[in-house]
Design a protein around this ligand. Structure first.
Ligand code: HEC
Length: 309
């Protein structure tokens, strides 16, 4: 019996390796590749978000500790020291002005911990060391333009290093004028030490500077890069294992048996009825297909015998 499509060239029965332009394995590989790319694309921003959150939370914790410590020092001067000294008419500025105390404490603290930042900055300072840098200029400007603003917490760059910074305005009160009022009326010791050109003529209620406390922020980008590379490595390893496992299963459980069944179907179409089907009926869809093929083969053998008789 000759079947009309027998000479169909696209079939090459018995060839051990068939070539399919659109093979199942290719489809599975593509799907895995797409999943891999999606995972990478999702993981990078996630790593960034988690890292930023962690760095920020760590800095927040440190900052609130440092700010509270500075506040406690200032309170100590205001509550426990100042009034007694004023009563005794003693004007030793580090013991009377909590601002001076803050900048002195900051100086000693930074000798031990240079990475931290504490400064009482003013654009009209007695001590030129307290002149604001770019970031502090802006902060002081914002406090001046908004009276209700009591604290700014934000990430800022000071000396090319990122800090999480808490800034509070320093407002002049009447008591400040004792030293920061008219220069001629200022205590001799202060005039002698700081001169009479800057740091005076405060106006009560005005913002004269800012108390800036900063803790260093870890470099988020560098951390993200490091973690991103590790994440990429892990994802690649996982997807390689998935790819190898899936392609192995697809090859052994689907592609090879289907190839075999195709071979047999082609052979049958050419009238070769004696080809053996080596396929277990293992309860899978493919096993069942092989079994059905065996049934077809048997029926054909039977029919041919009948015809020949
Ligand atoms: C007993 C004198 C005295 C009093 C009172 C005083 N200060 Fe000062 N203040 C000083 C001295 C001295 C410095 C310089 C400290 C240094 O060398 O860092 C200073 C520094 C400052 C600075 C840093 C900028 C600069 O001038 O170097 C600010 C801001 C400041 N004082 C604000 C205040 C405010 C606000 C008050 C009132 C709440 C006040 N001070 C009260 C003596 C005083």
């Amino acid at each position: 019996m000759r079947l009309p499509w027998k000479k169909d060239a696209s079939y090459s029965p018995d060839s051990p390796q068939r070539k399919y332009p659109n093979s199942l394995l290719k489809k599975f590989s593509k799907a895995i590749l797409v999943l891999y790319v999606i995972s990478v694309v999702i993981s990078i921003p996630s790593i960034y978000a988690v890292t930023y959150f962690q760095v920020r939370a760590g800095a927040d914790k440190e900052l609130s500790l440092l700010v509270d410590m500075v506040t406690a020092v200032r309170k100590y001067i205001a509550v426990d020291v100042r009034s007694d000294l004023m009563e005794a008419n003693l004007f030793h500025s580090p013991a009377i002005s909590s601002t001076v105390t803050t900048s002195r404490v900051a100086k000693h603290f930074r000798e031990m911990r240079p990475e931290y930042y504490i400064k009482v900055a003013s654009d009209n300072p007695l001590n030129p060391k307290n002149k604001p840098d770019q970031f502090e200029w802006e902060v002081i400007g914002r406090f001046r333009s908004d009276d209700t603003l009591d604290r700014i917490i934000e990430v800022g760059s000071i000396n090319n290093q990122d800090y999480l910074v808490s800034s509070r305005p320093s407002r002049a009160k009447k008591g400040c004028l004792r030293c920061h009022g008219e220069p001629n009326a200022a205590p001799e010791a202060i005039k002698a030490k700081y001169g009479i050109s800057e740091g005076y003529r405060y106006k009560v209620g005005g913002v004269v500077g800012a108390i800036v406390v900063g803790v260093p922020m870890e470099d988020v980008n560098a951390l993200v890069l490091k973690r991103g590379l590790i994440g990429l490595g892990v994802l690649t390893a996982i997807f390689t294992v998935i790819f190898l496992t899936v392609s192995n299963i697809v090859k052994r459980q689907i592609v090879q048996p289907v190839d075999q069944i195709t071979d047999i179907a082609v052979a049958l179409s050419k009238g070769k009825l004696n080809k053996n089907i080596h396929m277990e009926r293992d309860g899978s869809e493919i096993g069942e297909l092989g079994h059905a093929m065996q049934l077809v083969q048997r029926s054909l053998v039977f029919a041919m015998k009948k015809i020949r008789k």
